[in-house]
Design a protein. Structure first.
Length: 239
C-alpha cells in the first residue's frame, strides 16, 4: 500500500502572481497614459490644422470682401462719370438747340426788317408775316401769332382792323367760322394801329366735331391809300 503523504502535489503559480498588484496598476496607468497622450497628440494636430485652415479661409474671405468693395467703388465712379458725361452731352445739345432757335429767330427778324425797309415799292404796302399756330393747354384750344407791317415809305400811322376766319367741315358740311365765334377774348377783330409793324396774338377754341382746313387773316386799313391784305394758311398747328 502506497503512502500518499510521501508525495506532494506541486503548486501552480500564475505569471502575475509573482508581481505585486500595485505594480501592475502602475503599469496599467502608464500604458493608458501613453495611449491617451498619443491620441491627444494626433487629435491636437488635426485640431490645429483645422484652426489653421479656418483662419486661412477667413483671411481669404476678407481679401475677397476688400476686392468687392474696391470693385463697387470703381463701378460707382464709372457710373458717376457716365452720368456727368450724359448731363454734359444733354447740356451741349440744349445749348446747340438754343443757338439754332436764336439764329432762326434772328433770320426771321432780319427778313421781317428787310421787308419793312424795302425800297422796291413806290407805295405803302401792308404785309402779314411770321404766322404761327400752336396747340394750347386745353382741348381744342389754339394760339395764333403773326405780325402786320408796312413797307417804310412815308412812315405814316396805319389804322384799321384785322379779322380772322377758319374754313373747315362740320358734320361733313363746309362751314366758315369767324373770330367772334372762336375767340377766348370774345373779339370780333383785332384793332390795328402802328407806324412800322404790329404783333398780333390770340387764343381760340374750336367747337367739337369741327375739322379745320385753313385760317384766313384779313387786314383792313381805314385809309383808302392802303389796299386791304388777305392771307390764307393751311391749318397745321405746332404741338
Amino acid at each position: 500500500m502506497v503512502d500518499i503523504k510521501k508525495y506532494r502535489v506541486p503548486k501552480i503559480v500564475g505569471a502575475n502572481e509573482g508581481v505585486p498588484r500595485w505594480i501592475r496598476l502602475c503599469l496599467l496607468l502608464l500604458l493608458l497614459s501613453g495611449v491617451a497622450w498619443m491620441a491627444y497628440k494626433q487629435g491636437g494636430s488635426s485640431l490645429a490644422q483645422g484652426f489653421a485652415r479656418l483662419q486661412s479661409g477667413m483671411d481669404h474671405v476678407q481679401t475677397l470682401e476688400q476686392e468687392r468693395n474696391e470693385l463697387r467703388r470703381q463701378l460707382a465712379m464709372v457710373k458717376q462719370a457716365a452720368e456727368v458725361d450724359r448731363e454734359a452731352l444733354l447740356a451741349i445739345r440744349e445749348q446747340i438747340k438754343k443757338l439754332q432757335d436764336e439764329r432762326l429767330k434772328m433770320e426771321e427778324e432780319l427778313t421781317f426788317l428787310r421787308g419793312i425797309v424795302s425800297t422796291s415799292s413806290k407805295q405803302q404796302v401792308l404785309r402779314v408775316q411770321n404766322f404761327k399756330l400752336e396747340a394750347g393747354l386745353e382741348a381744342q384750344q389754339f394760339v395764333y401769332k403773326f405780325s402786320v407791317s408796312q413797307v417804310i415809305n412815308s412812315g405814316s400811322v396805319v389804322k384799321g382792323r384785322i379779322e380772322l376766319s377758319i374754313m373747315g367741315l362740320q358734320d361733313g358740311q363746309a362751314k366758315l367760322l369767324k373770330l367772334e365765334e372762336l375767340s377766348d377774348e370774345k373779339l370780333s377783330s383785332h384793332k390795328m394801329r402802328f407806324r412800322y409793324y404790329q404783333n398780333v396774338e390770340g387764343k381760340l377754341h374750336l367747337p367739337t366735331g369741327f375739322e379745320p382746313a385753313t385760317i384766313t387773316i384779313d387786314v383792313k386799313p381805314s385809309s383808302s391809300k392802303l389796299k386791304p391784305v388777305s392771307e390764307a394758311y393751311n391749318w397745321s398747328p405746332i404741338s
